[in-house]
Design a protein around this ligand. Structure first.
Ligand SMILES: Cc1ncc(COP(=O)(O)O)c(C=O)c1O
Length: 448
């Protein structure tokens, strides 16, 4: 039998050679000198290779919304692998994709009910941007090619995504990126909004920046605007009250498509199936991934308004309508995982559970307000962030030290810049919140 890593198996002879794998978004040399290897997961906890239990404060990477080790999901993947491993998705199909698309449509905002499958959030973003540009073209409006993103936006790592994204470190190494892209200002404002609970009061007027850019480029050239309803990877930036509504109004005024990147806000993170419903703003296209399969198999999806889909359904019936897709679009194993995840979300009430826990979560996080180095605490749904004063001349170091210390003490969080971000599985109980925040409080006291 192949070796399966389990707890307490680490010893210097046993450990694989770490040098071959170039790890993503990782300080490779730091990691390899002091590895953090996880081998088991159940409910709210990981187990490290040393046998330590680690409370999962980030749902893996914002994806394991129903908690770890869900037997129903594992069984569905196993059953599908036994029945049929793979089937081609071009000019062929398998029933799982159709069933899944129909099931997903039940949880989406009314009218957004056509589904294109991908394998990740990054691919969902590329797909959405391409659909947006192509949509205008098939309607005879091919002059609309510009894409507008936002500073500090994160839309994955492919060229479209980093072009509309606004995280400098993710962009600066990679040349000229896509042309025809511009960015509105971000909404993060600690002077006015520090320690907000839920949506900040100030900043709706920043949406007017979109009007400025649209006028600069001429509205007739703009295809789409893409934003995360809540930006996660750039440090948990919560939209000011009224801001998303204003973006919608401006897009409507100029015939521009609005794309919500819901890769982290989808599947119950805010206490509704999607952020669009939570904020009561309906975009034209929604991108998703992560929670779609509870993290158990790679899969993403793009949800589009029916009229956008229908605009492509012209021309000879035998002709391909959209020259786009991936070998693994709608992979049978991922479909099985997603269908079983929907079963679990529905039967366990997880699409709305974040709403029930949000007040306790908020109070617990804000108890860190006066802890050392803390310059902001913010929260929405089951998302939270603690922003730290950076060490002068060494940005990111303080938060990264907090991450390492928390991990050593049995709690997994994530950091971006000098912000500690948290997004636990939606099955979290009060005692887990107490452990998470209690450990973080101790960590903050120890930080330099
Ligand atoms: C809003 C958003 N879009 C896109 C992505 C990219 O997803 P993936 O890493 O699956 O490509 C992420 C990942 O964190 C995300 O948060």
């Amino acid at each position: 039998m192949d070796k399966i890593w389990a707890a307490n198996m680490m010893s210097s002879e046993n450990l694989p050679d770490l040098s071959y794998h170039w790890m993503p978004f990782t300080a490779n040399r730091q990691f390899k000198s002091n590895p953090r290897l996880l081998v088991e997961a159940e409910g709210m906890f990981y187990t490290s290779v040393e046998g330590n239990r680690i409370l999962d404060g980030v749902a893996g990477l914002w994806c394991v919304n129903a908690g770890h080790g869900r037997k129903r999901i594992a069984q569905a993947i196993k059953d599908q692998a036994d029945r049929m491993d793979y089937s081609p998705g071009f000019q062929m199909g398998h029933p799982g994709t159709f069933e899944l698309a129909a099931r997903l449509a039940q949880h989406l905002p009314r009218g957004i009910d056509r589904v294109f499958f991908t394998n990740s959030g990054s691919e969902s973003v590329e797909t959405a941007l391409k659909i947006a540009i192509a949509y205008h073209r098939v309607r005879g409006d091919g002059g609309r090619f510009r894409l507008i993103g936002r500073e500090r936006g994160y839309h994955g790592v492919n060229f479209g995504g980093i072009s509309v994204g606004g995280m400098v470190a993710n962009r600066k190494m990679f040349g000229s990126l896509l042309t025809g892209v511009d960015h509105i200002r971000h909404t993060h404002n600690l002077e006015k909004n520090a320690f907000s609970r839920g949506q900040p009061a100030h900043g709706a007027e920043l949406a007017e920046d979109l009007e400025r850019l649209v006028q600069l480029h001429d509205p007739s050239t703009v295809a789409a605007v893409i934003v995360e309803p809540v930006a996660g990877s750039a440090g948990v930036l919560i939209p000011p009250l009224g801001y998303l509504q204003k973006l919608r109004e401006i897009c409507d005024r100029h015939g521009i498509l609005l794309i919500f990147d819901e890769v982290i806000t989808g599947f119950g993170r805010l206490g509704k199936p999607f952020g669009s419903e939570y904020f009561d703003v309906k975009p034209d296209i929604i991108t998703a991934a992560k929670g779609l399969t509870n993290g158990a198999a790679p899969m993403g999806a793009v949800f589009v308004k029916r009229e956008i889909h229908d605009a492509f359904m012209h021309g000879p019936e035998g002709a391909i309508e959209l020259f786009h897709g991936y070998t693994y679009s709608g992979h049978p194993l991922a479909c099985a995982a997603a269908l079983a995840s929907l079963d679990v979300y529905e039967s366990d009430g997880l699409f709305t559970r974040a709403a029930a826990m949000a007040d306790y979560w908020e109070d617990a996080l804000h108890s860190l307000k006066d802890a050392p180095h803390v310059i902001d605490v913010r929260n929405i749904g089951l998302i939270g962030a603690v922003e730290l004063e950076p060490i002068a001349g060494q940005p990111t170091k303080r938060a990264f030290s907090a991450f390492l210390d928390a991990y050593e003490n049995g709690v997994l969080v994530r950091t971006t810049g000098d912000t500690i971000a948290m997004s636990p599985p939606l099955i979290i109980e009060k005692q887990h919140i107490d452990q998470l925040v209690g450990t973080l409080g101790e960590v903050l006291k120890r930080l330099e």
